[in-house]
Every structure is written in C-alpha cells, then in structure tokens.
Design a binder for this molecule. Structure first.
Ligand code: MBD
Ligand code: FE
Length: 297
C-alpha cells in the first residue's frame, strides 16, 4: 500500500501574468483564482487543483504531493518510514485544508525535495473540468496522476531506495552518451500505469526539478500546444520525438520559470519486466541550449 500517483505539485513563480497566460491559454489548464495576490491554482481534471503557484521572487518547485489510497495506507506508510529511520512531520488541520486534502505528512527526499504524502484529495464531482483554451480531449490524469517529473536527486542510489520505500518500482532505463564523453544512466520509477511518475540521474541541475510532463488524451491537443509554442517563439528545448520507454510522442519547451515543460500524447503503460534503451525511437533533437537537457536521445 504505497503511493499510487503523483497527486499535486506546488511551485514558486516570479511572473504571475506570464504563467497565467502560459498555463491557461497555451497549455489549456483551468485557472482557479481565489482572489489572493500571492497564489493561484490550476485544475487539470475534476480535482479542485493539481498545481499551486505561489507568487514570490523565486522560480522553482516548492513541494510534491504523492497520494496514498486511504488514511490506513498513510498510517502504514508512517510505519514504513519509522522502520527506516526517516523523519517526517504530520500536517496540521490547517495544512490539510490549505492543500485541500483530508490528511498529509511532510518529509524530505534524499535530494532535499519537500515531499508530502496525502490521502483524499477534494474531487469537485459537480464542477466539470473547463479547459483554459478549446481542447479536443482532456489531460490524461485520473489513476495515472498529473504526469511525471524529473527531479534533482544527486545521490541516485539513495533516491532509488527512498522512492522504493514509498512504494515505487523501477531503475535504470537508458544508457546515454553525453557530450562530455560520460554515460548517463537515468532512473525511471512508476507507481501506477503511467510508465514513470518520477525520474532522476540526468546529471547536475540548478533547480529542484528539470521538467514536468503532462499528457493529452488527444493528439490534436498536443498539436495545438505545439503550434502555440512555436507561434509565441517560446524556446523549444527538445523537438517532437518518441521516447523508447513510455513510447509517448512529446516535445519539451521552456516555462516562464526557466524549468522545462514536456507535453505529450500516446504513452504506453509501465511494463512488468525491465528493459533499457540507448536512444529514442525518433526525434527529440536538441534545440534551445541551457535547460539542463543536453543529452543525446
Ligand atoms: C522521458 O520522459 C524523459 O524526460 C527522458 C529524458 C527520457 C525518457 C522519457
Ligand atoms: Fe520526461
């Protein structure tokens, strides 16, 4: 009874206007404006929020919320953490209310990523998701979570053990030649049908994360986003291509915070037996430099 999905994420952002335009008009998320100058939320489905943006002078990940199935599953997780000697704190009523969940704990990943484990998100069953721009389909979320993230976990072995303890499975899936002659062996981990919900081991990075990936149910929505990114002249970090591991058609572009957004479509489910790859199916050619993704897929 470990974690079952990447439930929510919180970020610090410095440019609210740029982010609202980007997330809503370009990507298609639904703006939830609660009238606070320093905060807004983004919906991707019937959850009250999947992403929280805290407006201040930083541009980085604030926290990740991993979901467990029930209060019992959270108590079991706490036993597991205590058994492994990992520190955590219980979120207060106010903190649970603030995240719009019924309960949570807080801890740090080996790389120092503020990590929360929660149960019972607020599902607004009577408030259908309303995309910020016309969409042919939806964001692929539900039991696959909001997407995946590539995190700054410098100690790959420790991170692998930590996320396994939380209930994830996975390991090295690529061996990639780097421009500096080294070989990168990134680790990809799954906690549900999504081929990976977290990955790390892509080399040093400045922020807490390199990118998040979100997935559309319809190819044409990926196409509309791609057109919009190109029309606005936003940096494309890796061009359209198909990954070998999740077989998703994706491209990578800059966000107003300098970290990267990967948008995709058509991923396959996580496999039972492990495999590794030396490159991608096609595409994913590097374009804009300086985004910490200088790998040769
Ligand atoms: C991914 O989603 C990814 O970001 C990389 C670098 C490789 C395979 C799948
Ligand atoms: Fe990715």
């Amino acid at each position: 009874m470990g974690i079952i999905e990447l439930g929510y994420m919180g970020f610090s952002i410095s440019d609210r206007a740029a982010w609202e335009k980007y997330a809503v008009q370009t990507v298609g998320m639904e703006l939830v404006d609660t009238g606070k100058a320093d905060r807004f939320h983004l919906r991707m489905d019937e959850w009250s929020r999947r992403i929280t943006m805290n407006v201040n002078d930083r541009d980085d990940l604030d926290y990740i919320g991993w979901r467990v199935a029930s209060p019992e599953a959270l108590e079991e997780m706490i036993q597991t953490l205590e058994g492994a000697g990992i520190d955590y704190t219980r979120g207060s009523e106010e903190e649970a209310e603030e995240r719009d969940v019924l309960g949570l704990i807080k801890l740090l990943s080996p790389g120092g990523i503020p990590t929360e484990i929660f149960f019972s998100p607020h599902v607004e069953a009577g408030k259908p998701f309303h995309p910020g721009r016309p969409m042919y389909g939806r964001f692929l979320t539900e039991n696959q979570g909001l997407g995946h993230c590539i995190l700054n976990e410098p100690d790959v072995e420790k991170a692998l053990a930590f996320y396994k303890l939380l209930g994830m499975r996975g390991g090295v899936q690529y061996k990639l030649g780097m421009p500096n002659g080294m070989v990168a062996q990134p680790v990809f981990m799954a906690c549900n049908e999504r081929q990976h919900s977290v990955a790390f081991g892509l080399g040093p990075m400045e922020k807490r994360l390199n990118h998040i990936m979100i997935e559309y149910t319809e190819l044409d929505d990926l196409g509309l986003s791609h057109d919009a990114i190109r029309e606005q002249g936003i940096d494309v970090v890796m061009q359209l291509g198909k990954h070998s591991n999740d077989q998703a058609l994706t491209f990578y572009c800059a966000t107003p915070s300098g970290w990267v957004l990967e948008m995709g479509w058509g991923a396959r489910a996580s496999l039972d037996a492990t495999e590794h790859y030396r490159g991608d199916v096609f595409g994913h050619r590097p374009e804009a430099k300086g985004y910490g993704l200088d790998i040769d897929l």
